[in-house]
Design a protein around this ligand. Structure first.
Ligand code: NOJ
Length: 550
């Protein structure tokens, strides 16, 4: 149904819906059990039909895959497990032909230890030559046998590894920093060579038509001079945790990097864009990255972390909009990605056995998605959320690959559970994910009924709800305006309007009792259990609707 026509005089990234493709788990065209770029190319029509504006692909560059590709050995080439550089180029063209923008992922905080720089550094005396591109620091204690400071790796354990002598494998008393896995040495952004190389890499892909980059660990590039102790206790930091203020994160010098990157992006026609993975302690600190000469957008993880609680959600939305607005930036809403528990499971109540009631979880997830897709700004969807996939919690230990699981000795399950390959069909060894017989992570049997095939054409399915929401959003000027207005509602209700040629009202019940709201024309509901009287609508718990005046 056509509602009205959105104006197109603002940059696309201010209101875009961007679909995150996790290439390992999206679609496997060559049958080796690992997703690949050809698999993505083959399914681009699915994304166009879903109605998203762009796709963001996680890293597929040459990598030993110790952190699923976030350990990059060569930023210019595609890892053979994903295909070839020609495939990446073909993907950009094919996506553009379907009116889809393409965002790649740049990993500037660290390289793989197999990167040519690190390999070359290992052949040089620590503290000399090319070691200046990494954080190579003399250890503390007698002969440097202790790490330089108390910093912890995000993945568990110390953030320093002692460098051994290349010739005799003896400890040198020098250490290199790795805020993630030991095979992901942090690069030193005080080095002009590091700055120049990353701008060269951005240019390399921009010249091939990439519309933008998601920036990995965007808040981490610059470390406090002198490497002071952080005082932090051992803990594994997740995106869904609060972020403490520490000397290894969110240092003022990082903003210079993005000012320079912004100039580079703006030098293209059309200008290219960035979306930062910015994990900082407050929305105010977050907004600093979004000043007009820095990044265009950054994921709003404060929103992702919000509980299923209407007052908390309202406060987070208001605070996010006000702080983003203070620097003229749009908000970038997100509920799931490859690092966090899928929101079907995260929002699910616990049952009496300590498990998750994912029946309620999926109702809440659908309602949460309708709220998110109606907020002013842009939104990211993570592959599989349009199918209502839950987190797979019971993967066998021996199949898990996440370094978080490995470095914590299994104390944290890590992130494999949200990375299980997508089910495309309700039958077959891998539910249509692979042209072969196995997938790199096993899929549970219940993926059959959640597959694309099983949901396609079923008006009550999660997939059809997303398709309808994205179509309505694309056709609505109200949904492209930068404003929303809260409407009167009870404590447990989210209710707001988006004003436009034809306004859209959004209402969601986050409480435990039915909620009555004034009648209007239904555009879309998260559940068939919503009921309509002449003068009112009844919203059962965990449901949301999009309405328009009659
Ligand atoms: C954030 C990425 O999203 C995550 O998957 C990765 O492990 C770390 N950065 C390190 O690159």
């Amino acid at each position: 149904m056509t509602i009205d026509t959105p104006s197109s005089n603002q940059p696309w990234w201010r209101t875009a819906v961007i679909y995150q493709v996790y290439p390992r788990s999206f679609a496997d065209a060559n049958g080796d059990g690992m997703g690949d770029l050809r698999g993505v190319i083959n399914h681009l029509p699915y994304l166009a039909e879903l109605g998203v504006d762009a796709l963001w692909l996680n890293p597929f560059y040459r990598s030993p895959q110790n952190d699923a590709g976030y350990d990059v050995a060569d930023y210019d080439t595609v890892d053979p497990i994903f295909g070839s550089t020609a495939d990446a180029e073909e993907l950009i063209v094919a996506a553009h032909n379907l009116n889809l923008k393409v965002i790649f992922d740049i990993v500037p905080n660290h390289t793989s230890s197999e990167h040519a720089w690190f390999q070359q550094a290992l052949t040089t005396a620590p503290g000399t030559g090319i070691w200046d591109r990494y954080h190579c620091v003399r250890g503390s204690g007698k002969n440097g046998t202790e790490p330089p400071n108390d910093w912890r790796s995000v993945f568990g354990g110390p953030a320093w590894t002692q460098i051994v002598n290349d010739a005799d494998q003896e400890p040198t008393g020098w250490w290199y920093l790795h805020l993630f896995d030991a095979t992901q040495p942090d690069v030193n952004w005080n080095s002009p060579a590091v700055r120049a190389e990353h701008e060269r890499v951005l240019t390399y892909w921009f010249d091939r038509g990439v519309d933008g980059f998601r920036i990995d660990v965007a808040h981490g590039l610059v470390k406090t001079a002198g490497y002071p102790d952080s005082g932090e206790q051992e803990r594994v930091l997740g995106i869904d945790d609060d972020v403490p203020v520490l000397p290894q994160w969110d240092q003022p010098g990082v903003h210079d990097v993005y000012r320079s990157w912004r100039q580079l992006a703006d030098s293209y026609t059309p200008p290219r864009m960035f979306c930062g993975e910015v994990l900082v302690s407050t929305p105010e600190a977050h907004a600093q990255y979004l000043r007009e000469d820095e990044l265009h957008t950054a994921f709003n993880f404060h929103y992702l972390r919000t509980r299923w609680d209407a007052p908390h959600l309202k406060e987070t939305i208001d605070h996010s909009l006000v702080t983003a607005d203070s620097v003229g930036a749009p908000c970038t809403w997100v509920l799931s990605n490859h690092d966090v528990r899928r929101h079907v499971t995260r929002l699910a109540p616990r049952d009496e056995n300590g498990g998750y009631d994912t029946g309620v979880g999926v109702q809440r997830a659908r309602a949460a998605s309708l709220i998110m897709l109606a907020l002013p700004g842009s939104a990211y969807l993570y592959q599989g959320e349009e199918l209502g996939l839950p987190e797979v919690l019971d993967l066998p230990d021996e199949r898990r690959q996440d370094p978080v699981f490995i470095r914590t000795g299994g104390q944290s399950l890590g992130r494999d559970g949200c990375r299980v390959p997508l089910p495309w069909t309700s039958t077959g060894d891998t539910f249509g994910f692979s042209s072969g017989h196995a997938s790199w992570l096993p899929q549970p049997d219940y993926f059959a009924e959640l597959s694309v095939d099983a949901q396609d054409g079923d008006p009550d399915s999660t997939l059809e709800m997303y398709r309808r929401a994205l179509a309505l959003r694309a056709q609505s000027s109200a949904m492209h305006s930068p404003r929303m207005r809260w409407l009167d509602s009870g404590e447990d209700v989210i209710r707001f309007t988006r004003l436009g040629t034809r306004s859209i009202e959004v209402a969601a019940n986050l409480g435990r009792e039915d909620v009555i709201i004034p009648a209007a024309e239904l555009l879309l509901g998260s559940s068939p259990t919503v009921t309509f009287g002449d003068s009112h609508i009844t919203l059962p718990p965990n449901t949301a609707v999009w309405l328009t005046p009659r």
